[in-house]
Design a protein around this ligand. Structure first.
Ligand SMILES: [Zn+2]
Length: 147
């Protein structure tokens, strides 16, 4: 059964009654916080309290920014929207994102660095999930890592 995660409040839900949609009527959204995206996962995933999520399109450009990303990176939603996620965050390695996009597989626990808006290099664990709908895209989870 598909599991959905809200990139904003990280609420996880199982689509028992079709509320999460994909029936064509409305954009899927979070039933807890009303965020406009919920992301389908093939397997369940338990984010850390400090994890921040970004939803990206098939070109890895940022579509939506969840809670916690600002705290982690210093970037506001408006700074990130439409930007290439690896470039916007100055990720130390964008290859994992390419693999996820190309092969449609999840890649968890990537130990990378990002650069905050203030120019500070910060170690993060990056979890990447491919989208399973026709539009493609991916979900990027950033969790601070103590070096
Ligand atoms: Zn939510």
């Amino acid at each position: 059964m598909p599991v959905y995660i809200c990139p904003n409040c990280k609420n996880r839900s199982v689509d028992v009654d079709g509320f999460e949609g994909l029936t064509g009527s409305a954009q899927p959204q979070c039933r807890r916080c009303g965020f406009g995206f919920v992301f389908q996962l093939l397997e369940d995933f338990y984010p850390a309290p400090s994890t921040g999520f970004l939803v990206c399109d098939a070109d890895a450009r940022v579509l939506a920014v969840g809670r916690g990303v600002f705290e982690l990176t210093g970037w506001h939603d408006a700074d990130l929207m439409g930007q290439d996620v690896a470039t916007a965050l100055s990720l130390s390695d964008g290859e994992a994102i390419e693999v996820v996009r190309e092969w449609g597989v999840r890649k968890l626990g990537q130990e990378l660095d990002l650069v905050t808006r203030a120019g500070i290099r910060k170690p993060v664990t990056v979890d990447l999930f491919p989208a399973y709908d026709d539009d493609g895209g991916l979900l990027v989870g950033l969790t601070p890592r103590t070096a």
